[in-house]
Write a protein that binds this ligand. Structure first.
Ligand code: KG4
Ligand code: ZN
Length: 345
């Protein structure tokens, strides 16, 4: 019998924003453990992530999180085939903690170090197997809709490591819009889950008319006009402000209407065979349902805990892209790291 490939078990470490996370993934597919220490309670009082606070907290908990991930997986260092870490994009100080920790651990244990792009990893959350769900490998080419706190990207994934960016936001990211509107509505931070919860209380018939930026002829997005429109409504500039649930529901509907229509149009035009929903905003149930309803192609969407930041997606990405991602000991955090080379016309 031939020996299994050397990288069957990969430890994935993620510290690009406000979750300190580590996971052990087998064969890029089986979740042996997935430990996530969220810091949102530390940042809630400021209404957003404070980079310095995030970095300091990552430093305090990272080793305990890694230990917990190995213990839960029932794995020791000698069982691992590599240590993968988010190299970017993200907050510089936060990334530095993850990258230096991964470097030190990989070096000390004689393991390969893998530097992973956080956005690419969000797509790979769709390659993880989930208990209770039938496992389906996404068919390529796939249309990836990455919707997170910092990014809104439409990516055509033609193969592993082979991406073309079709569109992106021209101003606010979808998650950023959720967070800003959450703050405007007094719903706290992060705004996405709070808006989703609040929107469920809105009577369906009382929707407000809010703008949708279609940007016809382009796969780009724009959400800043929508945010401003909500501000005007909240200030009661069109008469008395309607109740918060109605505003939350109408705002959410406007965002998911645009995201799903543009993603489906691009997927069909480009001949994609499946859709990959990913990033923190993909945790939104209304978005998931509408995309499934509108897409004639199979829709892959990770369970909510694998949509928001986690170490498992980092390990899965490293498994599929192992040779390309092996890094030297000079790996540095890259806060502005690109997933696809910029094309300037
Ligand atoms: O991917 P992620 O965890 O971190 C980044 O890479 O940015 O995404 C975080 C974003 C936040 O803006 C948060 O408000 C949003 O994802 N989010 C949601 C939901 N859960 C998280 N947005 C809408 N509905 C949700 N249920
Ligand atoms: Zn993310």
């Amino acid at each position: 019998m031939s020996a299994p490939p050397p990288h069957r078990l990969i430890l994935g470490i993620e510290t690009s924003c406000d979750e300190t996370a580590a996971a052990v993934v087998e064969d890029g597919r089986y979740l042996r453990s997935n430990v996530i220490a969220s810091q949102f309670h530390l940042h809630a009082q400021y209404g957003g992530v404070v980079p310095e606070v995030a970095a300091r907290h990552h430093l305090e908990v990272i080793l305990a999180v890694v230990d917990a991930a190995l213990a839960e997986a029932g794995a020791g260092w000698r069982d691992l085939g590599g240590v993968a870490v988010t190299a970017g994009p993200g907050l510089a100080g936060a990334l530095l903690v993850g990258v230096n920790t991964a470097k030190a651990l990989a070096y000390a244990h004689g393991l390969p170090l893998l530097g992973v792009n956080h956005l690419e990893a969000h797509l790979y959350a769709n390659w993880l197997e989930v208990a209770g769900r039938e496992y389906r490998v996404p068919e390529l080419p796939a249309l990836g809709l990455i919707v997170s706190g910092g990014h809104t990207d439409l990516i055509l994934m033609r193969g592993h490591g082979d991406y073309r960016r079709l569109g992106r936001t021209r101003d606010d990211a979808a998650g950023e819009a959720f967070d800003k509107v959450g703050r405007l509505l007094g719903l706290g931070f992060p705004g996405g889950p709070a808006i989703e919860r609040t929107a469920r209380d809105a009577p369906a018939k009382r929707a407000l008319r809010l703008p949708r930026a279609w940007l016809k002829g382009s796969d780009d997005f724009s959400f800043s006009g929508l945010k401003t429109a909500v501000l005007h409504v909240v200030r009661g500039e069109r008469g008395a402000a309607p109740p918060v649930p109605e505003i939350a529901a109408s705002f959410q509907q406007s965002i998911i209407d645009v995201l799903t229509r543009k993603a489906v149009d691009a997927a069909l035009r480009e001949g994609a065979r499946s859709m990959l929903l990913s990033g923190g905003v993909a945790a939104n149930a209304a978005l998931r349902e509408l995309l499934i309803e509108r897409s004639p192609l199979p829709v892959h969407a990770p369970p909510p805990v694998l949509c928001t930041d986690n170490g498992a997606m980092i390990a899965a990405c490293a498994h599929y892209r192992f040779d390309a991602l092996v890094a030297g000991w000079d790996l540095d955090p890259q806060p502005g790291m690109k997933m696809v080379a910029e094309v300037h016309s």
